[in-house]
Design a protein around this ligand. Structure first.
Ligand code: KIV
Ligand code: ZN
Length: 507
């Protein structure tokens, strides 16, 4: 069985998705989980794009030792050098150089001739090669470029030292058979193609990213670029979990292996959704909430008799928790810790103590604490463990008569308790006005959603918000059985992320 290299770009293309900004610590946390998942390559960021991205790539390069750590760069000497600098401490470093190759981009965006682009591609590949042996080159917008010109660029960059050549369907325009034809042409017409791994990078604008990636594998491609939950620029990238589970479930048809431990998929999918604030649609293949739910009586009957009747994958193989054991206020620390371990969480003593206290508080309010409650509670603890501002107290009065009023006390980054009160059009508005008086960072609330984690009137409410400040979007999440408290936590979470990003940007 040939192995397919799984190149994960959640931290680079995935993070480029509008509103999906991650901070350095969040990127490291995802990178750790990607390593456990078994991806071969982690594209950790685009170092020239911001000081924060440079720092994240450098940190991941130092900390994550098994996969290849890749830094993206456009074809410009300063950017290539910055990428080389960012990954210098990696055990297995890679530099990924990209440059537009379609006439549409050359004419309307870069205003350069094909000869100039060819020369820049060659020169910047050679420059990257001075830093690392492992160099990848991508002719951007390849699917809309002239195939003969793509072949010419590939030959030149392989001669200049590229060890992987990646064919991007940058705008998700390709259809499988046609894209497969482009790949066939590359294997047939690029004389030195046997000296490089051929890769694809497919976007999902027409919903064909996974289909195009799989078609390419059939035609000889041995690396696919993809993201967790399929996040990425615009409609996103090919989804890692879909590609991997197709190769596994339909091994009879494809006959390829990957290094992925599929039982880690559910956990990383939740983590990425939690940290980016991108909710996974319920009917999303593999990891959507409905993927293994059977509603029709006939289907339920079949699954009870034999799961194979209506389930083509075992949910356990994706890491979806098998038991739905319910904990309650009489459950001790040991039972809680065991449940955490079964859900894939390992914690040091201090974090465990904090999480157990939060669990006890929740169990006091709620009769049954389910796996989903525990996941939400752990996520809330992780968010607040590193927060700059903490919510200490909150008091709200509201109703159909009178003006909604909120009093809020926060603990500031230097440990001081600060308090203020405000009026608003509703209780959430009053809380946000009070927080604004304390934190004083101009921003605009652009999205506010609330959903319950489980069924039942006593459920935890999860609030997801997005705020805009100086053209950048920041996501915040908060969870609590009281949705006004959850709203306050979400706002503080977003403000903390905004403040960290501003601090990083100013060095
Ligand atoms: O979509 C694209 O073309 C890219 C390149 C940088 C590979 O993301
Ligand atoms: Zn892309």
């Amino acid at each position: 069985m040939d192995k397919i290299t799984i190149f994960d770009t959640t931290l680079r293309d995935g993070e480029q998705a509008a509103g999906g900004t991650l901070n350095v610590q969040e990127k490291l946390e995802i990178a750790r989980q990607l390593e456990k998942l078994g991806v071969d390559v982690i594209e950790a960021g685009f170092p020239i794009s911001s000081p924060g991205d440079f720092e994240a790539v450098s940190l991941i390069a130092r900390e994550i030792r098994t996969p290849v750590i890749c830094a993206l760069t456009h074809a410009n000497p300063e950017a290539v050098d910055r990428a080389g600098e960012a990954i210098k401490e990696a055990e297995n470093p890679r530099i990924h150089v990209f440059l537009s190759a379609s006439d549409i981009h050359l004419l309307h965006q870069l205003k350069k001739s094909r000869d100039e682009i060819l020369q820049m591609s060659r020169d910047m590949t050679a420059r990257a090669k001075k830093f690392v042996d492992d160099v990848e080159f991508s002719p951007m917008d390849a699917s809309r470029a002239e195939p003969e010109y793509i072949n010419q660029i590939l030959e030149a960059v392989i001669d200049a030292g590229a060890t992987t050549v990646n064919i991007p369907d940058t705008v998700g325009y390709a259809v499988p058979d046609e894209f497969g034809g482009l790949i066939d042409g590359i294997f047939k017409n690029v004389p030195n193609i046997d000296r490089a791994v051929v890769s694809v990078h497919c976007h999902n604008d027409l919903g064909l990213a996974v289909a195009n990636s799989l078609e390419s594998i059939k035609r000889g491609v041995r690396q696919v670029e993809c993201t967790i939950n399929g996040i990425g620029e615009r409609a996103g990238n090919a989804s890692l979990e879909e590609i991997v589970m197709v190769l596994k479930t339909r091994g009879d048809y494809f006959n390829f292996s990957t290094g992925i431990d599929t039982t880690q998929i559910y956990k990383i999918s939740r983590l990425v959704s939690e940290l980016t604030g991108f909710v996974v649609q319920p009917n999303k293949a593999i990891i959507g909430a409905n993927s293994f739910r059977h509603e029709s009586g006939i289907h339920q009957d079949g699954v009870i008799k034999r799961p194979i009747t209506y389930e083509i994958m075992d949910p356990k193989s994706i890491g979806i928790p098998a038991s739905s054991l319910v904990l309650g206020k009489l459950s001790g620390r040991h039972a809680f810790q065991e449940r955490l371990a079964e859900l894939g969480y390992t914690m040091n003593d201090k974090d465990l103590r904090r999480a157990f206290t939060a669990f006890q508080e929740l169990a006091d309010k709620k009769k049954e604490v389910t796996d989903k409650d525990i996941e939400s509670l752990v996520a809330e603890e992780q968010r607040t463990a590193v927060a700059a501002y903490h919510l200490d107290r909150i008091q709200v009065t509201c109703g159909d008569k009178g003006v909604p009023t909120a009093a809020v006390r926060l603990i500031s980054p230097d440990g001081q308790a600060i308090a203020d009160a405000a009026l608003g059009t509703g209780p959430v508005d009053a809380v946000y006005q009070a927080i604004n008086r304390l934190v004083a960072v101009p921003n605009e609330l652009t999205e506010f959603t609330v959903k319950s984690v489980t069924e039942g009137i006593d459920a935890i409410g999860e609030v997801l918000i997005r705020i805009d400040s100086e053209g950048v979007t920041y996501t915040g999440r908060g969870a609590d059985t009281d949705i006004i408290v959850a709203s306050a936590k979400a706002y503080i979470n977003a403000l903390n992320r905004l403040l960290v990003a501003k601090k990083n940007a100013t060095g």
